[in-house]
Design a protein around this ligand. Structure first.
Ligand SMILES: [Zn+2]
Length: 67
């Protein structure tokens, strides 16, 4: 596959995931009575704690402050 096309698709998928997470994950978690602060979705956890720097941590952080 053309490298630029692949990058474009990866960016598109990432944007879709971010849009889904930001808009829907928190309400869904609330609905299911899940404490999202106890979930870890970090890509590179440090001693089982979120790194606070990867895209997943940033998405979680943004989702929390926007709710
Ligand atoms: Zn992280």
């Amino acid at each position: 596959m053309n490298i630029f096309r692949q990058e474009f698709l990866e960016t598109l998928v990432l944007r879709l995931i971010l849009a889904l997470k930001l808009g829907e994950i928190i309400p869904l978690a609330n609905k299911l009575k899940v404490d999202i602060k106890k979930t870890i979705s970090c890509y590179q956890p440090l001693q089982n704690k979120e790194c606070g720097q990867c895209i997943s941590c940033l998405v979680n952080y943004n989702a929390l402050i926007n709710n």
